[in-house]
Design a protein around this ligand. Structure first.
Ligand code: AMP
Ligand code: FE
Ligand code: FE
Ligand code: ZN
Length: 284
């Protein structure tokens, strides 16, 4: 038996990753992963393709999603694992968020187009049909037009939340998100809770409320969490008996993050399997 290598946060072209679920699964196998979670933003549309692509490889797929939530002015991401993708609330709420993303992206593009050569069709050309649309797709269109060299540069300038073109989109509160995922049998984990540049980090009393609502864990091992933030998160994980996860947040060529640059322990994976009841991990 090889050592388990568990990466619980990746994106495909169903949201803002640059690889299809099939390509992502191949990359995961090539990188030596034994378990990978597919966690596209606000969408489960890639699950089936990932299951099919993993057939015969021995790779275990943990189906998941990265749910957008709004916490005051801050955007807080909630990773959700092993929930029922047909749950009525999950289906309607994620559709509402994706629709909000689409119209918000259109408005951002309209405003950028007043200052730069850019069209809505440019952006649509960067996304797969029905993808969860976001700033990364606008970034790719800006790169193709030659306005910026890469996604990161776009996020540091034109697409920065203080860059003059930014706009938020509809999302539930973190508490509503956690409650919805738990009701659908899933296990929710706060994604990169101490990331650089967060408007404010979610405070202890709020984490306590989320724990009481069924929060499973905190994604502490993630490149965007600051060192100070990680130390504080470890204290909170101990205090509230929250699982500690680690993951890459791989986006293919869309981000420098590499598969398995951070990983989750087999013990935490077992705890996840014992907690979530909405869907089973898939190995074939
Ligand atoms: P949005 O949800 O549309 O506001 O866009 C946020 C998304 O952009 C997140 O999912 C990140 O994966 C991605 N993102 C944020 N910062 C960067 C960056 N510097 N380079 C590439 N992608 C980024
Ligand atoms: Fe993303
Ligand atoms: Fe995120
Ligand atoms: Zn992510």
């Amino acid at each position: 038996m090889s050592e388990p290598v568990i990466d619980l946060h990746t994106h495909s072209s169903v949201s803002d990753g640059t690889e299809t679920p099939t390509q992502l699964v191949r990359a995961a196998v090539a990188a030596g992963l034994t378990t990978v979670a597919l966690t596209d933003h606000d969408s489960t549309a890639g699950w089936h393709e990932a299951f099919e692509a993993a057939k015969g490889t021995g790779l275990t797929i943990v189906p998941g999603m990265e749910l957008s939530t709004n916490y005051g002015p801050a955007s807080v991401h909630v990773l959700a694992y092993l929930f029922d993708p047909l749950d009525a609330a999950v289906v309607s709420e994620t559709a509402r968020i994706r629709d909000g993303r689409l119209h918000r992206a259109e408005r951002i593009v309209e405003r950028i187009a007043a200052d730069y050569a850019l069209t809505w069709d440019d952006v649509l050309a960067e996304a797969t049909d029905g993808a969860s649309l976001g700033r990364p797709h606008i970034a790719d269109a800006l790169v193709r037009r030659g306005h910026v060299p890469n996604r990161s540069a776009a996020f540091e300038s034109i697409l920065h939340w203080q860059g003059g073109y930014y706009e938020k989109y509809y999302a539930p509160s973190p508490l509503e998100g956690v409650e919805m995922i738990v009701a659908a049998g899933g296990a929710p984990v706060l994604a990169h809770p101490a990331a650089h540049g967060r408007y404010r980090v979610i405070e202890e009393s709020a984490i306590k409320k989320l724990k009481d609502a069924g929060l499973f864990g905190l994604e502490i091992h993630h490149r965007d969490n600051t060192a100070d933030g990680q130390a504080r998160l470890f204290e909170l994980a101990t205090k509230f008996d929250l699982a500690v996860t680690g993951s890459s947040d791989y986006h293919g060529a869309g981000k420098p993050n590499r598969l398995a640059e951070n990983t989750t322990s087999p013990e935490v994976l077992e705890r996840l399997y014992a907690t979530a009841t909405g869907y089973a991990p898939v190995t074939s």
